[in-house]
Design a protein around this ligand. Structure first.
Ligand code: AMP
Length: 298
């Protein structure tokens, strides 16, 4: 694996590989790798000739009162972990390399970026859309891997690729979880032991919502209420939102329709740590097919 800090070098390596009729995969990350990141790398490695992982904590997607400075970092551990997955290029630019001066050009994806996390983080998806567009421009035509854990981000990226005709294939990868169901996240490192235990409420709420639908419930507000009630009952948790929306455009729904992919998505604060989680599901012939594992007995 080579580590590259410079845009011209990363672009040159990707161009060279494509000229030899080989394929390029990109896995954008902010580092502090866990099994979720490594699964994206592995999935990319299995399907492509050159795997590029970008490691960049993008300041423009953090709000002024958010955790940019505290965001966990481990560049050496990350480099070892990425090399262990057979990654070819770790693209780790500095902030000055990515933003030599304040950008006058930004990418705004409307509608799908407005609800859910967009309500409490109004500038977040603008920052994400802009940096992802820059990464796509640097790496060039490729297959880009994103986690479903950040489902709204995945929808925003799919939409910007479609609207701007970018030569990028976007692949969404299922959420990797701890044994007790907690979705892996770099921010889980903030949780003290009591909070870590309370944080399982997100997975429990998703599971209860899916079970309610399996029992025949089709009213989205009642499904939502089942999840919300569980979270509100957890003393260490503060519910920011839980919503049931359509998976392709994140539009709110009243009645769950057969054959349509939906997502139940939530943001919950555990102490000062903001966690998100979701499950996609489709109802067909009376049964609910959800992208949510049942747990192994502990
Ligand atoms: P981040 O470093 O948090 O920006 O995440 C980089 C990529 O890894 C994003 O596409 C995330 O959606 C994805 N990711 C983060 N956590 C998980 C997880 N638990 N399972 C699958 N993908 C994940």
């Amino acid at each position: 694996m080579i580590t590259l800090e410079h845009i011209v070098a990363a672009r040159a390596r990707c161009d060279e590989v494509r000229r030899a009729d080989k394929t390029v995969a990109l896995v954008p990350t902010m580092g502090f790798f866990h099994e979720g990141h490594l699964t994206l790398m592995r999935t990319a490695r299995a399907a492509h000739d050159l795997v590029v992982v970008s490691l960049f904590v993008n300041p423009t997607q953090f709000g002024p009162s958010e955790d940019l400075d505290a965001y966990p970092r481990d560049p050496e551990g990350d480099a070892k972990a990425a090399a262990g997955e057979g990654v070819d290029v770790l693209f780790a630019p500095t902030v000055a390399e990515m933003y030599p001066r304040p950008g006058l050009t930004t990418v705004t994806v409307s509608e799908v970026a407005k609800g859910l996390c967009g309500i409490s983080r109004p500038h977040h998806f603008g920052g994400v859309a802009t940096v992802v567009t820059k990464l796509f421009s640097i790496v060039g035509p490729c297959t880009a891997y994103f986690g479903k854990k950040d489902f709204q981000q995945l929808v925003v990226v799919r939409r910007l690729v479609e609207d701007l005709n970018l030569p990028i294939e976007v692949v969404g990868v299922s959420t990797v979880r701890e044994r007790d169901g907690l979705a892996m996240s770099s921010r889980n490192a903030y949780l003290v032991p009591d909070e870590r235990h309370a944080a399982t409420v997100l997975f429990r709420a998703l599971t209860a919502a899916i079970e309610t639908m399996s029992g025949g419930e089709r009213d989205a507000s009642r499904v939502r209420a089942v999840a919300a009630d569980l979270i509100v009952a957890e003393p260490m948790a503060n519910l920011e939102y839980v919503e049931v929306v359509r998976a392709d455009d994140l539009a709110p729904v009243d009645q769950l329709e057969d054959g349509v992919e939906h997502v139940i998505a939530m943001a919950v604060r555990i102490g000062t740590t903001r966690l998100i989680d979701n499950a996609t599901f489709t109802i067909a012939a009376g049964s609910v097919n959800a992208d949510l594992p049942s747990l192994d007995p502990l």
